[in-house]
Write a protein that binds this ligand. Structure first.
Ligand code: CAA
Ligand code: NAI
Length: 247
């Protein structure tokens, strides 16, 4: 028996990076996974790879910033798998610029995807979790949301906002047996950090007691814990998976 045997999980942003690694981790533990992502090409490729290995996954294109698109995703997931047990709100974008240069569009785009998108997905999935009598919601925050980061006013605001949502929903939904927690990754080796100048990365790594960037698997294992029965009494928690960068 896997740790997520026969559970149905929607993972947003699962076509690439941390989300894809989480999907691989979840299916190996017996879950059925909806790979929900904007990126059709990568999503279809990931679906094909996992399906060819005998795992029960499906790709659904979604723009988490768009409510109709999210409602459609949930409908498709329920049609395919009969319900939903786990939601991982992992999709995210950056539009970095210093405050003096950030455009209103850059600010809004990041809030729409990284904050409002999580509101859309959780609100749309919630009735399904309640119907199952048990559910898990995992929100992906960031070291930038908990401690701030130069060049990320929009992103830090959204990721800090997710902590407010996490704690509020933990209070609202605990009585429905739905746990809501957040993972706050440090800088992790995916396409997202490729935009960061090399000298900034070098300086950051020097601040990490573990002496390296995070790997997607470091974060996926934290998602697994919070998605599994092992964390049934963990609620409203922000799990920092950052090698101890900020202490
Ligand atoms: N931490 C520390 N110093 C930083 C920094 C950071 N994150 N970002 C920029 N700086 C420093 C630069 O080294 C530079 O210092 P000097 O003047 O001493 O050379 C100064 O700030 C100004 O930076 P730029 O010259 O690069 O200014 P710019 O206007 O051309 O570009 C920027 C600004 C777009 C923000 C660019 O610096 C940048 O991309 N910085 C990295 C931002 C970053 O860390 N993003 C994280 C992406 S990964 C992610 O988001 C995942 C997550 O959750 C952590
Ligand atoms: P990534 O860029 O590799 O993957 C993000 C995925 O989200 C992509 O597949 C992208 O297509 C998808 N996505 C973007 N906008 C979307 C939308 N509107 N609707 C649906 N899907 C959308 O990035 P990574 O690193 O895997 O990021 C995953 C999560 O982890 C994000 O929320 C990110 O903010 C967070 N994070 C990442 C860190 C890092 O250093 N890589 C550090 C801390 C947090």
């Amino acid at each position: 028996m896997g740790r997520l045997q026969d559970k149905v999980a929607i993972i947003t942003g699962a076509a690439n990076g941390i989300g894809l690694e989480a999907a691989v981790t979840f299916v190996k533990e017996g879950a059925k996974v909806v790979l929900a992502d904007f990126d059709v090409e990568a999503g279809k490729k990931s679906e094909q790879e996992l399906t060819s290995q005998g795992y029960d996954v499906v790709f659904e294109q979604v723009n988490v910033a768009n409510r109709e698109s999210v409602d459609h995703l949930v409908e498709q997931a329920v049609n395919r798998f009969g319900g939903i047990d786990i939601l991982v709100n992992n999709a995210g974008i950056t539009r970095d610029a210093m405050l003096s240069k950030m455009t209103v569009d850059q600010f809004k785009q990041v809030i729409d995807v990284n904050l409002t998108g999580v509101f859309h997905c959780t609100q749309a999935v919630l009735p399904q979790l309640i119907e199952r009598g048990k559910g898990k919601v995992i929100n992906t925050s960031s070291v930038s949301g908990t401690y701030g980061n130069m060049g990320q006013s929009n992103y830090a605001a959204a990721k800090a906002g997710l902590i407010g949502l996490t704690k509020t929903w933990a209070k609202e939904l605990g009585r429905k047996n739905v746990n809501v927690n957040a993972v706050a990754p440090g800088f992790t080796n995916t396409a997202m950090v490729e935009t960061v100048p090399d000298h900034v990365i070098e300086a950051l790594v020097k601040q990490v007691p573990m002496g390296r960037l995070g790997e997607p698997s470091d974060i996926a294992k934290a998602y697994l814990y919070l998605a599994s029965d092992d964390s049934d009494y963990v609620n409203g928690h922000v799990l920092h998976v950052d090698g101890g960068i900020m202490m």
